[in-house]
Design a protein around this ligand. Sequence first.
Ligand code: SF4
Ligand code: ZN
Ligand code: ZN
Length: 303
Amino acid sequence: MVCKCGKKTYFRREYEGTELCEKCFVRSIEKKVKKNIRINNLISKNDKICVAISGGKDSTACLYILNEIIKKRKDMKIFAIAIDEGTGDYRKKTIEKAREVCEIMKVPLKIYSFEEEFGKSLPEIIKDEKINACTYCGVLRRYLLNKKARENKATKLAFGFNLNDEAESVLLNFVFGNLDKFLRLGAKVENKKIKKFIPRIKPLREIPEEEVFAYCDALGLPYYKEKKCPFGKKSVRKTIRKYLYDLEEKYPGTLFQIVKFADLLIPSLKKGFYKKGKIKYCKICGEPSSRDICKFCELLKNK
Ligand code: SF4
Ligand code: ZN
Ligand code: ZN
């Protein structure tokens, strides 16, 4: 089979049963992302977008597509933030890639490290503890990204989460019975009443992971391809990721169905059954939190 335009197939979409040449594939990804941006109102007039960049394929594709839109607009700005958790060689290399990507796209990049901001790197924080490194890493990274995006006057914080990531998050919250976090899923997470919280957007949320790889490769975008983070080996997310890969392979379209189901469920749950918690600010650090002491301060209190 060939693409509907007659050119050689570059990518086959199992869940659609379609074949696409390189040009049609790239165009279709950008069309889907732009549709997501439009329907969910992810960016708007006078926005200053901060893209969380890791040097991997997802944040690279996210930055590229957003930058292509924003550079044509006089009223919008874009910049990127990379976080260095201090996870050694792995992070050094990914940050080098992020630097390269930002230079090519002429997007300003700011780098912040755990070491400078918290006085300790991730390996020093988790030292001797059996606790999963990703639990600390995720909380600390999100905290720092929100704070630094705000200090740099960003109006939106963009993440390169793809369809697989979102489907993983849906299942992960089911597995842990975390309704609060489940209700915070979606293409855009915002709370206008919490001034310190920068709305988060996920432009690639409907793009499967393998299509993000194929998109970057088609455009020749540089991204970090080598080893994974050495601290992420035991995460539950990894187990769920593998399970979803198998499921998607056997039943193409599963990832879409999981995310679609969550999207159908969340609005009714928010309206009908779930009482919103009071808006609070952490008593220690003053950052937005659903509890008196935020997760960040709780994790770091005895460190
Ligand atoms: Fe942090 Fe875990 Fe990701 Fe490594 S795998 S960067 S420890 S969240
Ligand atoms: Zn084509
Ligand atoms: Zn706090």
